[in-house]
Design a protein around this ligand. Sequence first.
Ligand code: ZN
Length: 155
Amino acid sequence: MRIGQGFDSHQWDENGSAPLILGGIEFDSGNSLKGHSDGDVIIHACIDSLLGAAGLGDIGILFPDSDLAYENIDSVKLLEIVVSKLHAEKWEIVNVDCSVVTEEPKISSKKLEIERKLSKVLDAPFSVKGKTPEGIDSLNGIMCIAVSLIEERYE
Ligand SMILES: [Zn+2]
């Protein structure tokens, strides 16, 4: 078994009109996040934790900002690519857990939807918790920390 940890953060986009997408689910929010892709911090942290666990590099190596193919891409697609990479290397995902730090929106309002969606993509339990920054009001965006456990598949 191996464990991996991932972190991601995206800044609020003052003039952004893109929808706010977290964990592959759209939130009704007046704000959106800056990013080359859809700025989905939950999926990006999740991807880095999986790649870290499997020793397969990181999200920046796999999906470089300079590559136009990944511009505005749905991050769920990136996660699907990473899951197939792990499976190809004979890794099974045991579970992924993450914490999202943000004042708004409230993650709890869509927690089950996110968990259902990403558990399906990962083919493993996925859990997400929302945390407020508790008065650290200089946080100008959303952060996410993820941990993944994977195990070798024996055939
Ligand atoms: Zn990101």
